[in-house]
Design a protein. Structure first.
Length: 557
């Protein structure tokens, strides 16, 4: 199935350590451990998508169970075991998707599978992909078997988010962090595959594929597949064609935009941006590339073209170097801050394209420049004195900047009003509140709009003891993992005192939600004992009492 697949990522999937690219050190370490018969109980492969975690896991499984032995491991004609592992139908190598089998029952089945010796292999191997998706109870059930498994069982785990895996699991594994594949190595790899597929794609187009893939082999092969499918007759796909296929644009467009931006040419800036947008480039992609060029402007003295990232060609590098010498580095810092702020704004606007255009106009008005060379004058240096130990916000920067434009002055006034509002809010926060009971804490959370905290306290927390500056609680499995931290911060903010929050093994009182349920249930039981209820059932036999309300108290309230 794999060898006949038209999908390049599967068709050219490595079958042994020699075919694996970009992971030479890891391959050598694992090879040595197998040769010396120092095989760990469990392997843990970490890394971004598409760098070879699952592929490496299968190669390790083949290396451990090849019928020819490791020294004569199958490379071309596969033995029965290697063939079954490659086709994912081996009785002794079980591959599980952690995202689809998150519960403890699935793990119990795996552990049951591990109890019996392999049928026709040296080891029974369990591969769990995306292991970070397992539940807490599933992880807990793995611990003992993982530390002291039978001699015939080996575990291999793969994950893209190693931080989500409990430390107790990681400590029982031999961990390998698979790095991104270097650009030069990835370029040579996809070029060979392109030649095998008899495709015609220019080197510049291949370099663009490598750049977009960000070190992921699978992403690079998927993009290459897409480029080959887009090829018309025998025409070679050049850089321009590739940019249209992938919705990418040349850095020269951005450099031209910056050039006009520094000169205050608003019409040209908007025209250049619109031409980029019409190529199908999303506003967020544009702003991220905008940030990348800003980085190059600020750090051009430390860049070189010998590398491996294919981000800039020679002419683009020279243009950036020339412009960076004419503009103060402080300008790039303020541009960076405004760009980050605009990226956040895109999440709350319906038309992101208009927002980006206004962002560019704001930058032009902010700097008030007419010529690039004027940026380097001493007066401009004084006017751009907006950085104070890297702690000033964008609003403070605008307030300190000497604007002549009326529109910008209006913006300043708005920001100053907002600063006054913020100060008033800070003064309110400084009010010290006394909290003397658990119910009082819940009521204050409601008043202060701490809705999430209020929900957790009412629903998932069982109070054991409440004292001054000390709360002892127990909780259920649904409690938010950041609850203790959030509660501590809220208590300190409200009372200006440090509180100790301890977890107890005792059951504690029922939660407020549970108490309400019990109270309602008791009310219903009491009402069912009354004559009124009996008469109602006589007249309406199918009626069911589901709630009781005290109308008199509601009227008084």
């Amino acid at each position: 199935m794999t060898t006949n697949s038209k999908v390049l990522a599967l068709k050219y999937r490595p079958n042994n350590f020699d075919q694996l690219i970009g992971q030479n050190i890891i391959a050598e370490t694992i090879t040595n451990s197998i040769k010396l018969n120092k095989i760990p109980n469990a392997y843990l492969f970490c890394g971004i998508r598409g760098v070879g975690k699952t592929t490496t896991a299968r190669i390790v499984a083949k290396a451990l169970n090849c019928l020819n032995g490791f020294d004569k491991i199958c490379k071309e004609s596969l033995c029965q075991n290697c063939k079954e592992i490659q086709n994912s139908n081996s009785l002794d190598c079980l591959e599980v998707d952690g995202a689809s089998n998150t519960g403890i029952d699935s793990i119990k089945e795996l552990l049951e599978f591990s109890r019996y010796k392999p049928t026709n292999s040296k080891y029974k191997i369990i591969i769990i992909d995306e292991i970070q998706m397992l539940s807490k109870s599933a992880f807990a059930s793995l611990l003992k078997t993982l530390e002291e498994p039978p001699n015939w069982i080996k575990f291999i785990f793969a994950t893209t988010e190693v931080k989500k895996i409990p430390v107790t699991i990681i400590s029982r594994c031999q961990r390998f962090d698979l790095p991104r594949v270097k650009s030069n190595e990835l370029f040579e790899y996809i070029k060979k595959i392109m030649e095998k597929e008899n495709a015609k794609i220019s080197d510049d187009a291949l370099k663009l594929i490598v750049k977009i893939s960000e070190g992921s082999v699978r992403d690079a092969l998927s993009l290459l597949d897409r480029a080959i499918l887009s090829q018309v007759s025998l025409k070679e796909i050049n850089l321009t064609d590739a940019q249209k296929i992938f919705g990418y644009f040349e850095k020269s467009y951005l450099i031209e935009l910056f050039n006009n931006l520094f000169q205050g040419k608003e019409d040209q800036v908007i025209k250049t941006y619109r031409s980029i947008y019409e190529q199908g480039v999303e506003p967020k992609v544009f702003l991220n590339d905008f940030l990348e060029i800003l980085y190059y402007f600020k750090n051009v003295e430390y860049l070189n073209l010998e590398g491996t990232n294919f981000s800039l060609n020679d002419s683009e590098f020279e243009s950036i170097k020339k412009l960076s010498n004419q503009v103060s580095s402080k300008v790039f810092l303020i541009f960076w801050q405004f760009t980050i702020k605009t990226l956040d704004e895109l999440n709350v606007v319906s038309n992101q394209n208009i927002s980006v255009e206004m962002f560019l106009i704001r930058l032009i008005n902010l700097l008030e420049v007419t010529k690039i060379n004027e940026q380097k004058t001493p007066d401009k240096e004084k006017d751009l004195n907006f950085i104070n130990n890297n702690e000033k916000t964008i609003k403070q920067i605008e307030d300190n900047f000497d604007f002549k434009n009326k529109t910008i002055s209006q913006i300043k006034n708005i920001y100053q009003e907002e600063n006054l509002k913020n100060q008033n809010q800070m003064e309110k926060k400084d009010e010290i509140i006394e909290i003397n009971s658990f119910d009082e804490l819940i009521n204050i959370c409601n008043e202060k709009k701490l809705i999430k905290l209020k929900y957790e306290l009412e629903t998932n927390v069982n109070l054991v003891k409440f004292e001054s500056q000390r709360i002892e609680i127990s909780f259920n499995d649904r409690l938010d993992k950041n609850f203790i931290k959030d509660l501590s911060e809220a208590l300190y903010s409200l009372t200006q005192k440090r509180w100790i929050i301890s977890l107890s093994k005792k059951d504690g009182d029922p939660s407020k939600k549970e108490k309400n349920k019990i109270f309602k249930s008791n009310q219903i039981i009491e009402v069912k004992k009354t004559d009124i209820y009996d008469k109602m059932i006589e007249n309406f036999p199918d009626a069911e009492l589901i709630d009781v309300k005290d109308i008199e108290n509601q009227k008084n309230d």
